[in-house]
Design a binder for this molecule. Structure first.
Ligand SMILES: Nc1ncnc2c1ncn2[C@@H]1O[C@H](COP(=O)(O)OP(=O)(O)O)[C@@H](O)[C@H]1O
Ligand SMILES: [Mg+2]
Length: 184
């Protein structure tokens, strides 16, 4: 994986598989402290302690089609090889929080990549889940909350409809350019 956005997609897909109805994705950058932080929080089925302890070990997975689950180990590796830290907390029946931090200037920090494209894909392709996606840098902040968007649109207008999708695409891209300005 060469883009952090793809790691985010992978971790969020775990939340979707876990039956989450609300998924919060936060990306915040502090250029003065040289720290990038990414968190994905869900209200899905969670994991028990035994599973949680094994889950960052690449030989653990609940999939039967493929023996090695690599999403969490790769996300952990991406942080720890770029001067950052990884953490995961989970409670069975409540949800899961996965966070990774990075030294922004570290030579081995992967670029953020197409986070806007990933965000758009997630919100338009998952009508069963709501997303709160936030981006932050210094005093610049942006948020996309699908609960608010659905409320405005009313029932019967899916987020995947062409006009809504186009609006969301522009909204997300404008925010990301304004907040991160291509620096990640
Ligand atoms: N957010 C989550 N909620 C509940 N279980 C999770 C979550 N994330 C990961 N898991 C569990 O940890 C396992 C390993 O995840 P991952 O490393 O992404 O590999 P994979 O998704 O390929 O199995 C998953 O199969 C799932 O059982
Ligand atoms: Mg996975």
């Amino acid at each position: 994986m060469r883009e952090l956005a793809l790691n985010i997609l992978d971790i969020t897909e775990n939340s979707i598989s876990a039956g989450a109805t609300l998924i919060e994705i936060g990306v915040s950058a502090d250029f003065e402290k040289d720290v990038l932080r990414i968190c994905i929080v869900d209200n899905g089925c969670g994991m028990d302690e035994e599973m949680l302890a094994r889950v960052t070990d690449p030989f653990t997975t609940t999939r039967t089609t493929r023996k090695v689950g690599m999403g969490l180990p790769l996300f952990k590796f991406s942080a720890e090889s770029a001067g950052g830290e990884f953490s995961i907390r989970s409670e069975k029946g409540k949800g899961t929080e996965v966070c990774a931090s990075y030294q922004i200037s570290h030579v081995d920090r992967m670029p953020l990549g197409d986070f806007g494209g990933v965000a758009l894909q997630l919100v338009t392709m998952n009508p069963q889940a709501d997303f709160r996606i936030t981006a932050e840098s210094g005093d610049r902040r942006g948020a996309l909350d699908t609960r608010e968007v659905r409320e405005i649109l009313g029932e019967g207008v899916p987020l995947s409809s062409p006009e809504v999708r186009m609006f969301l695409k522009e909204y997300i891209q404008e925010n990301l350019v304004d907040i991160f300005g291509g620096r990640l």
